[in-house]
Design a binder for this molecule. Sequence first.
Ligand code: 26V
Length: 834
Amino acid sequence: VWKESMRTLDKDVNDVTKSMVTHVQTSLARQPYNIDNLGAYQAAAHSARDNLLINWNDTQMTYTRKAPKRAYYLSLEFLMGRTLDNALLNLGLKDQYKDGVKKLGFSIEDILDQERDAALGNGGLGRLAACYLDSSASQELPVWGYGLRYKYGIFQQLISPAGDQLEAPDPWLDNQNPWELPRLDVTYEVRFYGHADRLDDGTGRAIWQGGQEVLAQAYDVMIPGYGTQTTNNLRLWESKPKRGFDLNSFNAGNYEGAVESSNSAAAITSVLYPNDHTNFTVGKELRLKQQYFWTAASLADILRRFKNLGKPMNELPDYVAIQLNDTHPTLAIPELMRILIDEEDLRWDHAWSIVTNVFFYTNHTVLPEALEKWPVPMIEHVLPRHMQIIYDIRTTDDAISLADSSFKKKYPGDRDRLARMSLIEEGMPKQVRMAHLAVIGSRKVNGVAELHSDLVRTTILKDFVDFEGVSKFGNVTNGITPRRWLDQCNPELSALISKTLKLDKSVWLKDLFKLEGLLPFAEDAAFRKEWAAIKQRNKERLANYVQTTLGLTIRTDAMFDVQIKRIHEYKRQTLNILGVIHRYFTLKNMSAVERKKVNPRVVFFAGKAAPAYFIAKLTIRLIVNVARVINADPDTKDYLQLYFLPDYSVSLAEVLIPASDISQHISTAGTEASGTSNMKFCLNGGLLLGTVDGANIEIAEEVGESNVFFFGHLTPAVEDLRYQHLYHPVPIEQKCPALAHVINQVSAGVFGDGGVYEPLLNTIRQSDYYLLTDDFDSYIAALAMVDEAYLDKDEWVKKSIRTTAKMGKFSSDRAIVEYAESYWNIEPVTIQKS
Ligand code: 26V
């Protein structure tokens, strides 16, 4: 009876409408005849979820039966965006739902638009995690994600009339989240504070007790693969009090006291931390608690699953690989040591050999101010047992032990090197260097683009490469999922590609190198016309969006020039806005006749600044106020428009990226580890204007240098230039008169606000750490080359086609298979139907 009664996937439009109506009545408890768009979205989401669950159950059952080696992706951030469209695409049910909702009187676009983004991440790192989950499931790889279920995601950005960024909470769960399954039965206790007492039995064991105990409860999010049965799991932890409230205080009439401890437990997963400007970890005890809460719950869950196999502990590395996404989950290393030694009674060396074969660490930045460090006194207070273990690692691991003969033999008396490599940085207070702990505790380490991985090997981790050998330090160039970043966000282009390649999209979306088949069509005038027409319609779609959301009218006959990413000095939005001002003055100085020969350009910015990052916020204010002046100037407004679109998100990116003719990726050479939006723009036929940095370099290698616009100094020059700035400064008027003029005009108040921009301008006048004065002239020259290239429309479209055609390498499918084969040693698993 069970077998016969089992639900199967929705197959046709009638299944869809029936299931939606049922959900309106049962899940939503509403009447089908007065449902609005939001209700229709919720019904469609519940109905799609039913389909996902069938595959999800089959997947988990198959994994349990076959017991393959699995990989776990530990990430404090998963920037998922919207789910419904992706779920329908991956299930192969998009047409059925489109027709189904139409029959019920709705449009699928309106319904999809009701969904709030799941914005549980800051930027590239969190979105990368989301793309990797999509690719893991699509490649049938047994991979689970582990993260936190923040009640509030990244803050919502508002822009005040003066141009200031204001932050508001992101209450993404307010409308109910149909994509998560609360697992009331999957809970773990996590301890904080208390005291750790070593046993005097020579084993190194200790007993950790007392302090605060908090409950971690699982929420599961289904991750469907594209065109596969595989539906993996993203497990997010929520913190809860172990007991509802303290009954003693309650009975004594102390109601506040009674709920205090429950509030402090709930606070742990209440909000995602924005990447702060200054060393963001110092003093943030709650952030440390987040990190431990999440790693402890995840490890307990992973070990419980492993133990169900009935295998001895030393086989853990044969069944489990754990990827550390940046240093945020590095506490997993001492935590696994604690479990193996204190709870499983393993000897230190044995435990360490297991640990160092389970973990893998990805570095995502070489910026020194972004490398995590935690004060020793804080770890001692919050996690006393882990601090003991970190000290023990320091004195027993041969990589860094002063007492150890191998280190001594290699570097006799080299105390400087030892101090550089130590897990603990001397100072007031002492601090634990999380990257060092992640390196010595991992099987392998990787960077995220060729140049970045080279920099990791030759700068921040050089001593470890010297000591452990270079083979431990690899590269996996980032990737993006072509399902979301081409098929979903640019359906017309996707359809044209399928038609032209004479391939179903299910083929080329899983083998992105197939796009090379477009190359010969660059020479086909009819094809170019279709290609250009789609770009044009995407620009109109964006203009429409801006009209309805912001009430602004954008001309669509212009070149669309886009820079969208977190606002940071190293990404140099300042260079871009100063370039826009330069262009404005150039236009102003032209005769009306001359101006008529100029390409109209619309420049878009979007991105959030860390709430405490004063200079980044000032950059936003400058952009907004320059826009106010430029867009209102009758001399220039037909040739140059400027917009700052507030509240950048995954969903906004999905509208902006397909509409771009040119996008800017202009970080100071050597600072942007990879960048991933560069790949998204190029995949959608946008050309790239950038520095020789991060994945820009590999994009140029693929598409050919004649199809990208490169400018600026190269990485090896950067250190030297900074030295020159400090010790042989040249006045900006002399070094870069064009830039000096722009800066002086801003300073003089041409864009309003008198002296408010001085701190921003001073960063350039003074040390100019990010080398704007060195790169400005070549930047302006590159912009002129872009203008010139755009005049030859045919040639431009050819470049656009060639760019898309050569993006095969940047599929996250390629990247995740590299991790699976060269790092985790896991294999695809075919899912059996129940
Ligand atoms: C964090 C912070 C915090 C403190 C001050 C400055 C600062 C600067 C950068 C960061 C980012 C940390 C890690 C990160 O998100 N890296 C990004 O990872 C992406 C995925 O690999 C990659 O594409 C981006 O280039 C890289 O910035």
